[in-house]
Write a protein that binds this ligand. Structure first.
Ligand code: 5GP
Ligand code: MG
Length: 194
């Protein structure tokens, strides 16, 4: 805040360093919006007017969830779980760390588990087991991205935005060392052409 009479701080252009050097855009904000709209349509068709419990995998699912949930018009409950499999600057999965809050009420619920990306499948397989063990009525999975070539456990999403090759992507919630989640587009940091 600026005190009355004090000059306002000089306005500088927004920093443009959020997008890592050398990265290339895979999906623009506009393409993502269209995919989210299509997914919302598929989800509405699959559940009808049934109440849904959207379980967001943090932190990666945050941006996607915020956009998707506003396009769903059935009664909706929202919960969050924590999962992390990438550590430090590594771009390969390390140990899996998951936390499902004991207070998250899943018994008898239709659960839609939402994450940014389905990669090896380990995170969502573990979370699906945990949610079922809590007595959910059904569990389905929605991810914005899918890398089927990297699957280590047999798992498929019920709703998928985009299928991509084995490239490391950031933006729209996906991080690189906790950065870049704020990018409005999805960019690839090297690897084969999409
Ligand atoms: P999985 O357990 O399926 O191997 O990994 C899922 C998690 O790994 C995702 O929720 C995401 O956090 C992370 N992940 C997998 N691939 C990528 C990627 O290309 N970029 C980023 N930023 N995270 C990824
Ligand atoms: Mg994640």
């Amino acid at each position: 805040m600026t005190a009355p009479g004090e000059p306002a701080p000089a306005r500088t252009a927004a920093p443009r360093d959020a997008r890592p050097a050398g990265s290339r855009v895979l999906f623009t904000g506009e393409q993502i919006r269209a995919a989210v709209e299509r997914l919302a349509h598929e989800i509405r068709a699959a559940y009808g007017g049934e109440e849904l419990t959207l379980v967001i995998v943090l932190h990666g699912g945050l941006v996607f969830a915020a956009d998707l949930m506003r396009r769903l018009d059935m009664p909706l409950r929202v919960g969050v779980v924590l999962a992390s499999s990438y550590r430090g600057t590594a771009t390969r999965p390390g140990d899996l760390d998951i936390h499902v809050p004991p207070s998250l009420d899943l018994a008898g619920r239709h659960v839609l588990l939402l994450d940014d990306i389905l990669d090896t499948g380990r995170t969502l397989a573990r979370l699906t087991d945990e949610i079922r063990a809590r007595g959910s009525r059904s569990v389905r999975i929605v991810t914005l991205l899918d890398k089927p070539g990297r699957r280590a456990v047999p798992l498929q999403a019920d709703f998928t935005g985009f299928t991509i090759p084995d490239v490391f992507v950031v933006g729209y919630g996906l991080d690189w060392n906790e950065r870049c989640r704020n990018l409005p587009e999805i960019v690839a940091l090297g690897g084969p052409e999409a």
